[in-house]
Write a protein that binds this ligand. Sequence first.
Ligand code: ZN
Length: 447
Amino acid sequence: MEDTAQGFKLIKAGRLIDGGGGPPIEDGAVLVRGSKIIAVGPAKDVIPPEGALVEAYNYPGKTVMPGLIDCHTHHNGFGDGRPGEDVAALPDEVITLQAARNARDSLFSGVTSIRDNGAKNMTMFRLREAVQHGIIQAPRMVLCGRPIAIVGGHMGYFGTEVTGPVEATAAVRQLIKEGADYIKISATGGSTRTSFPLLPAFTLDELKAMTQEAHKFGKLTATHCSSTQGTIDSLDAGVDMIIHCVFKDRDGTANFREDVAERIGVQGAYVNPTVHVARSRVWAFQRRKEAHGLSEQDQAKLDESLWELEVRWTHLARLIEMGLKIITGSDSSWGNYKLGNTVYETECLVQAGMSPMKGIVSVTSDAAKSLGIDSVTGSLEPGKEADVIIVDGNPAEDINTLWKITEVFLGGQRVDRGPESVLAGIRQHPPVFRPEASITSALGGSN
Ligand SMILES: [Zn+2]
């Protein structure tokens, strides 16, 4: 019989944010037993059972809150600017190890759940096996395995390219057989050289076949949409999350479509805007400029990246104003964005108009809802897994205090994050001059 006197942890802090969006509680506490939360509230009300053996943690002046959830990662990559084609060309064993390193960085940064948005072959399923064997530690993982692409389509190089509703349906079944928790579809082209970002990839019949098959098995769907028609087709097919949600016409004109945005709201689909991955490209060029100047050609690329960022950011501000369901999904390690830096994306949402508390919700409880894991994690509530972080400061006032994570608990276990030097190496820093400042000042966000 289990010893009922064992396994309690009492985590107290100067302030408690439960992730649900309500005001912080002063002097809060979380009582944990085993992996689960059993009580939450003002410290005076959270009392362990009499005679229980309790491990006590006390963080005066700090904030206790749910672990962060990053709804969009690519654990295979490096975040050093190399294209997806080059990542896919590496042996599976190498990128599985890289995924393990990324998982560690992410966990150490306070992220306790991730949804990987596409990896090569079986690499992420293998990573999960390694975690189950206790070889490495990682955040909770929601996996699609490989994204589904058309022939030559975005991320087709990861291993799944299909043609026609029959093959599309088969791909969904195959991925579910391998262990996919949800289905990721490239509804338009993207950065993949052989793809067409401004054009829809799949036919509507193909898209419908995939979403219906996924839904039949209770799996959510998400589509990569680099242009407006991809979003429209995704809505027609009943997709659950629109990724990037770039409002561009087929000739490349940026054109915010309020009618399409309204449809997203009516259908209740989530939006994952991925702004910082665009900003990280601006920063990468700017850093090079500061180090050794830019050629005329590269300066043109910097200018173009800045325009791209402005389009994404101003359209995001409209989506936030309209009250759509927007969550934090970093898209790291795409482009120049490394894992372990999720906070930059939440910061972008706040700068586009979310309150810092709404930003917190976008990376905790709303993120969990969007992934269908809200019965397990995403908020501090009795019955949920004790995924808990301690923050030095008040993120409800300044979202950037989320960089100051002083402790991470995953399923009730305190994570040993090693020396400060390891943690310091995870964060990417902005260039000295931030060329995007002109955009943010015009957006008028709350941070
Ligand atoms: Zn992505």
